[in-house]
Design a protein around this ligand. Sequence first.
Ligand SMILES: NC(=O)c1ccc[n+]([C@@H]2O[C@H](COP(=O)([O-])OP(=O)(O)OC[C@H]3O[C@@H](n4cnc5c(N)ncnc54)[C@H](O)[C@@H]3O)[C@@H](O)[C@H]2O)c1
Length: 390
Amino acid sequence: MIIKPRVKDFICLTSHPEGCKENVRRQIEYVKSQPKVELGKRVLVLGASTGYGLASRICATYASGASTIGVIFDKPAHGKRTATAGWYNTAAFEEFAKNDGYYAKTINGDAFSQTIKEKTIELIKKDLGKIDMVVYSLAAPRRTTDDGTMYSSVLKTVDEPFTAKTLNLKTNELTEATLPPATPEEVEATIKVMGGEDWADWMHALKDADVLTENACTVAYSYIGSKITYPIYYEGTIGAAKQHLYKTADALRQEGFNAIISVNKALVTQSSSAIPIVPLYVAVMYRVMKDKNVHEGTIEQMYRLWHEYLSQPQPKVDDEHRIRIDDLEMRDDVQNTIFEYWDKVTTENLTQYADVDGYWNDFYNLFGFGFDNVDYDADVNPEVNLDLVE
Ligand SMILES: NC(=O)c1ccc[n+]([C@@H]2O[C@H](COP(=O)([O-])OP(=O)(O)OC[C@H]3O[C@@H](n4cnc5c(N)ncnc54)[C@H](O)[C@@H]3O)[C@@H](O)[C@H]2O)c1
């Protein structure tokens, strides 16, 4: 089958197995080229197939030589449908890791469920005994709790409607988007999905099953971002969920867990593309950070987290006990230039003030497209075997 990108709104409906493999290979090569990092040797990554979770798994394996168990929620190819990018990424990662002599096993299923928690604990007991580190990197649109209730997260403001410039991803034109405020129920549902409840459930389940080492640490990811995106992110429904995540980290620490939040930089991932206004902010931010030579991608961010923070006995944290690897994005000179460009940018001067090509390049790369050393006219088999834990 010849696989071409089929983009609909903020998602690509197809993924390319060879391109996804190339994406994973490049991330592995980057980490291999960096100094080793002394950190957890048995690592559980929840949400391990794309974005920050995939980069975390690659760092754990290739920077610290860890055995990893990944939990993902992905689909294999079916008829004319390709597999999801996360499926191909995970198959490629496992192939590289195993060829390089590392243990890597993956569970595909709903991480929010008790069944998947139990399955994971069983696998840890059987293969690794205990875990030293848990990475919580789920980004999900919905969550079904064990009593069968389904909660859907929304990307809205919490009080007033908010209007701002946005990039029409179909036409590459600037338009205005108005986001309505969420109802209290929608705020609560978003907290249920993207807040810290499930992170705490995982930590309690792992502790109760006695599969955590004494000094085990756990990290969950967050975003704060620029004043430009505050109404939709920091002060919006997703921000409310992140506040809950911070409270969860505090509560876990009070219970004796070594729990930390890392606030990461905004990047193009399948989740961030879905947030209105954010893609334009990201494109302007890419322009500014690339011009200032301080741009990083997911793998550079995660390697810095491993190398400069998590491996330190007392990692540097902010007043709210969070690691800030969004430090370069939040630098005053970077933010001030972003504000200036944000005011000036229009459809006509878009490429001057926003790195739209960089945005699209990262977007296509997420699905395995746009790599110059992959032959996209070649016939490829979309059915790629992933040796999942049953
Ligand atoms: N992308 C950004 O700009 C950005 C910036 C800072 C922080 N973050 C945070 O990083 C974390 C990860 O986000 P991302 O952007 O890497 O997302 P992503 O969409 O690339 O990855 C999400 C992962 O979660 C998995 N997943 C989703 N639902 C699942 C379920 N029910 N069960 C098991 N696995 C499931 C997916 O398979 C995937 O592996 C989130 O907490 C996000 O808020 C993202």
